[in-house]
Design a protein around this ligand. Sequence first.
Ligand code: IDP
Ligand code: MG
Length: 139
Amino acid sequence: MEKTLVLIKPDAFGKNHTGDILKRYEDEGLKIVAAKVMQMDKKIAAIHYAEHVEKPFYPDLVEFMTSAPLMALILGGDNAISKVREINGATNPAKAAEGTIRKLYAESVTKNAVHASDSPESAAREIKIFFSEIEQFGA
Ligand code: IDP
Ligand code: MG
């Protein structure tokens, strides 16, 4: 079973879209392997978004991601990494396909409702940031 790290970001979590978003993933056959509600601090944000530290949008991204609680998840299933990114839609909601989570719930390119790992390497790296072994269950 492939695993991927998903964050229901502070915008979508704060607007009570969590149940609808989880239903989308479950309807596509993905299993919830781990879940928790937490608030990111700047240190965790810097580790999670290490690849973006030098980008012009990084300060706004960290400000947003640390502003309020979010839900961190591990989702598992066949091709979970690419499947979740397809369900989420394009980073910029203006370019996201109809029916995707970002099309439905994202406000802007920064406040874009969800995060998902983009490769097996990032999934392995990101899962370790948010979850210990004991918090993960098989699907
Ligand atoms: P992804 O979340 O679709 O993988 P990334 O390029 O990895 O997109 O960017 C990480 C996050 O940074 C995005 O989800 C979004 O919140 C934010 N972001 C990316 N590009 C921009 C931008 O051009 N302007 C503002 N925020 C951005
Ligand atoms: Mg990314």
